[in-house]
Design a protein around this ligand. Structure first.
Ligand code: TRP
Length: 455
């Protein structure tokens, strides 16, 4: 879209509230929902974990999301710029820079996994899992992921797809893409869940997910729940600050945030219903992460009536979930380059692409030829995961709530939550949100950060 002639370049923005919601949900719903949540639920006492998780979403997740929205919409700038504008002459902009760095790290390994999803989608279209012996599938996956060229090619394709959406802009790229893909993603996963829950012998899988078992709840459960809530809602990395800066002044950020959290949690639970009943129906013990998705599930698809088709749908869903998340991470980096280095969107996308592509190649190679390169005892892939998810997101989240709650303060927070007084919000709700932003969320984040360092 052309800008009005003599005005300074107008910021891109989302066209509708539904657009914001699907873009936010797109960012939140990702690999975290499909390959971690179901497993964590099962391992940590089923419904007991879900309840603790919901508690953290409300007590820590929502306050951080609201704080990011407030900073982004009020600052009307990307990650660093928003802090800088709201607190000129201070060093708060560093929080934005940390967010950008965090997104660069996450997208580097995320894109490698996105590449694997692309390859497995291709394999499923070719009905490659029909020889579904688990040992074969395990060897197939490990020889693929540790090889040199094919994973790098797949990572390149995935990152190029992400860049293709981001280069089209917020309204014409991200919003349009999410509007079509998110409903499709929900439909596919609901379809698979129905298939999975109607398999004979699916009962134990549902029990694994939903039977509350408080005896499995330990301090580790609380940590896992808070970490997962944070990762799954894409918090602490200025993603919501960046998207928030594209949100109109009259949008209701309280309901947008709650709807995003509901959509993300609902998706995670449906994903659990799609995966676990099938895993148990075939008498397999569920694992976590890559093996669950790239070894166990292909094995199950090969055994299941109609499994070949379900496999295609599943990998389409996985790819879409990963794409809508990586788009949001790339947008954080691109918006930063556009505003800080005065680049055109296209140039910013190219520069970010090249930089992230190189880091992604290192992550990919660290599964194979570079597996001996270790820093802090971790391969590059694991190191990036650790620095971003276990460290930068938590520190970022903590600084973000402190900034919104204490530096911007009550008047600004209330002003943003009520859209300058034009949108009535009950006083008790405003006060509760402020209390959560000022005290509860920082306490929870500090506790988990200290615990992580201790470990
Ligand atoms: N929420 C995404 C998922 O569940 C991953 C994610 C973590 C993310 N941090 C992010 C996405 C920051 C965008 C921005 O898979």
């Amino acid at each position: 879209m052309k800008n009005a002639s003599h005005q300074p370049a107008k910021r891109d923005s989302f066209a509708s509230s539904f657009g914001v919601l699907v873009a936010m949900a797109g960012s939140a719903v990702g690999l975290g929902n499909l390959w971690r949540f179901p497993y964590l639920v099962g391992e940590n006492g089923g419904a007991a974990f879900i309840l603790i998780y919901l508690g953290f979403v409300i007590l820590a997740g929502l306050p951080v999301m609201l704080a990011e929205f407030i900073i982004g919409r009020r600052g009307q700038a990307s990650a660093r710029g928003a802090f800088q504008k709201l607190a000129p002459g201070t060093h708060w902009g560093i929080v934005g820079v940390l967010g950008v760095i965090c997104c660069v790290f996450i997208i580097s390994f995320y894109s490698v996994v996105g590449g694997w999803c692309t390859e497995y989608l291709f394999k499923s279209v070719c009905f490659d899992f029909t020889e579904g012996d688990p040992e074969n599938l395990k060897t197939l996956f490990s020889s693929f992921s540790s090889s040199v060229w094919l994973p790098i090619l797949c990572h390149t394709i995935f990152l190029a797809l992400t860049a293709g959406v981001v280069v089209a802009g917020v309204q014409n790229g991200i919003e349009k893409f999410s509007k079509v893909m998110m409903p499709l993603l929900f439909l596919i996963i609901i379809g698979i869940a129905i298939r999975s829950m109607t398999l004979p012998g699916s009962g134990p899988g549902l029990k694994f997910l939903f039977q509350p078992d408080w005896s499995k709840v330990t301090s580790q459960t609380f940590l896992a729940a808070l970490g997962q809530a944070f990762f799954s809602l894409s918090l602490g990395s200025c993603m919501v600050v960046t998207y928030g800066s594209y949100v109109k002044k009259d949008a209701n950020i309280i309901s947008l945030s709650s709807q995003t959290a509901v959509a993300d949690t609902l998706f995670a639970i449906i994903a659990g219903c799609a995966i676990m009943p099938a895993v148990f129906a075939f008498g397999i013990s569920p694992g976590e992460g890559p093996d669950l998705v790239f070894v166990t599930l292909p094995h199950i698809f090969s055994q299941m009536p109609l499994g070949g088709v379900i496999a295609i749908f599943f990998f389409v869903a996985l790819l879409l979930a990963a794409l809508t998340s990586s788009i949001s991470m790339l947008e954080v980096v691109v918006a930063f380059c556009i505003e800080e280095f005065k680049m055109k969107r296209k140039a910013a996308v190219v520069v970010s692409f090249v930089f992230i592509w190189i880091l992604g190649c290192l992550c990919s190679l660290s599964m194979g030829p570079l597996s001996n390169w270790k820093i802090l005892g971790k391969t590059i892939f694991d190191l990036f995961d650790f620095i971003s998810a276990d460290f930068l997101m938590l520190i970022g989240g903590l600084l973000i709530v402190i900034f919104a709650g204490w530096k911007l303060g009550k008047a600004v927070v209330f002003d943003e939550l009520t859209n300058g007084g034009t949108h009535p919000v009950p006083a008790w709700l405003l006060k509760t949100i402020l209390f959560l932003i000022r005290f509860v969320a920082p306490a929870a984040l500090l506790a988990i950060a200290i615990f992580q360092i201790h470990e």
